[in-house]
Structures are given as C-alpha cells and as structure tokens.
Write a protein that binds this ligand. Structure first.
Ligand SMILES: [Zn+2]
Ligand SMILES: [Zn+2]
Length: 292
C-alpha cells in the first residue's frame, strides 16, 4: 500500500483486519474514521465498499477509490461484479492484495506485542485496549473522541458508539442550569405552591365528588403553570435535578396546610386529604414532565 502517513497506515491495517474477521459494522466505523482524516486513501474507500451492505453506497465507495487510483484493479473488479458487468481486461489479472501481509513486498516490521499486554491470540484481532479497562482488548473506538472502548463501555448512539466521557459531556451541555437557578425556580415554585395548595385544601374540604374529580384537571393545570412560570424565570435552562426539586416544593406547598388539620382533628379528618391528594397526583406529574 502506498499510504504515506504512518497513523493512517496503522488505521488502515487495523480496519482491514477487523473486516477480515467479519466484523463489518466495526470495520465500517474504522474506515470512515480513517477517511475523515485522509479522504484520499483509495484503499480505505475500497475497504469501505467491501463492508457496506447497500449496493448504491458500495458503488459510490468503489468509484471513489477508482477516481483516486484509476489502475486499482481490485476496486475495478469489485465495481464490475457489483453492477453485473464484465470485468475490464486490464483488471482481470489477480493482483496481490495490497493488505496481505504475506506479500514479498517489504512491510516495515510491526512491533511485537508485549507478552504481558496481549495474553491470548484472539487479542491479535483487536489491537486496541479499552481506556477504562486496560486488560480488555477491543476493536471499537468512540466516534467522537476516538478513544478505544470495550463493548461494555460503549454506548450506542444514532451516530455511532460513544465513550462514557463524551456522553457525560453532551449531558452537561444539555443540563445548562446555573447554581442560582436551583434557588430561584424552587423559591418561585414554593410561593405559587403555597397559594394554590391553600386554596385546594380550603375548597375541597367536605367537597363533593365532582369537586374531587375536578382536582385532576386543576392539578394538571397548576403543575404546568408553575413549571412554565419558574422555567421562564431561569431563562428556560435545564437542570439535572430540577424536576425532583420542583416536585418536592410542590408537595411541601400543599402538605403544610394539611398538617394543622391533621393535628387538630386527628385521623378523623381523613376526608380532607382526598382533594389535595388527587390535586397533588396530577400537579406533580404535570410539573415534573414540564421541567424535564
Ligand atoms: Zn469519547
Ligand atoms: Zn471498558
């Protein structure tokens, strides 16, 4: 192969190895990673074509390889076979596969793996080591930062496998609340919850079934209203624990009005709890999902 950059050459050899082991998805990922750094490596386009499943994508990959290296016989054969066309005469003679290691062409000696680091020969297929588990070999890399990850650390995302660090980083970008937000939003929530909680406790006391039933709707509306109002106040930022904090505040704002009733009338006052209970059930659900 005539790839000059030693890093790309290593990547290519590794991708070819993974492809030969039949791990097409992992190989595809490695080829794509390589092509991101070196888009003019014809061998990588050819290798990518070999591991893809979609004929249209395969065709693109082979054509790309041929446009970079017009005398690339293996790519020309693969393209002809894919399209059911006769193999062009110049490409018929089987050329030695450039990635075959047995070829007489001088390949720079590969450093022998440390006997302690690579204990068994299955590891030869995976010459990467998980950055969190130094004793696990792997062929996967994080699509985002390129760190090698083992299958138990890899998190599948729509764009590829990611390492836990990158997932955490993305989450931190998503949860952008400032420390003060954890004071402002619950404070507003508490004031509003105390007002609505008081009204609910007062008006459902000895209320009819219809009134209790109505609390389902009232709770949903109030929960959403409190969520909207407090979220607005903190610039609509999201906090990892904000939904829980707001739910706690909402419950507190109702329960404080029930405590005197409980203390004065004991458990004979149980009827007073139905309305507020239904209200809280609906309000907490609405508020929690709004804050998320
Ligand atoms: Zn990563
Ligand atoms: Zn791991």
């Amino acid at each position: 192969m005539d790839v000059q950059d030693p890093r790309l050459r290593t990547l290519l050899r590794q991708a070819d190895k993974v492809a030969r082991a039949g791990k097409r998805a992992a190989a595809e990922q490695l080829y794509r990673q390589l092509l991101e750094e070196g888009p003019d490596v014809a061998e990588a386009w050819y290798g990518l074509g070999q591991v893809l499943y979609d004929p249209a994508e395969q065709k693109d990959a082979y054509q790309k390889a041929l446009s970079l290296k017009p005398d690339y016989a293996a790519a020309a054969r693969a393209l002809a076979e894919l399209q059911g066309e006769p193999i062009p005469e110049w490409a018929v003679a089987p050329e030695p596969e450039p990635e075959e290691e047995e070829t007489p062409e001088v390949v720079e000696p590969e450093p022998l793996p440390e006997p302690t680091a690579v204990p068994d020969d299955t590891a030869q297929e995976y010459d990467l080591v998980c950055y969190r588990h130094p004793n696990r070999t792997t062929s996967l890399r994080c699509y985002n930062c390129g760190k090698p990850i083992c299958s138990s650390c890899a998190v599948k995302t729509p764009v590829g496998y990611s390492c836990p660090d990158c997932i955490r980083e993305k989450e931190d970008l998503f949860f952008n609340a400032k420390p003060l937000d954890y004071v402002i939003a619950p404070a507003i929530g508490l004031v509003l919850s105390l007002i609505t909680g008081y009204l609910v406790v007062r008006f459902t006391l000895g209320g009819s079934f219809f009134l209790l039933f109505l609390m389902l709707f009232v709770g949903g509306l109030v929960g959403r209203f409190i969520g909207q109002f407090s979220k607005q106040a903190i610039g609509r930022r999201r906090g990892r624990y904000l939904p829980q904090a707001m739910a706690a505040v909402l419950i507190l704002g109702t329960v404080v009005w029930l405590l005197p009733i409980l203390l004065l009338a004991g458990f004979g006052s149980i009827g007073a709890f139905f309305g507020p209970g239904i209200y809280l059930f609906a309000a907490v659900g609405a508020l929690y999902s709004y804050m998320k």
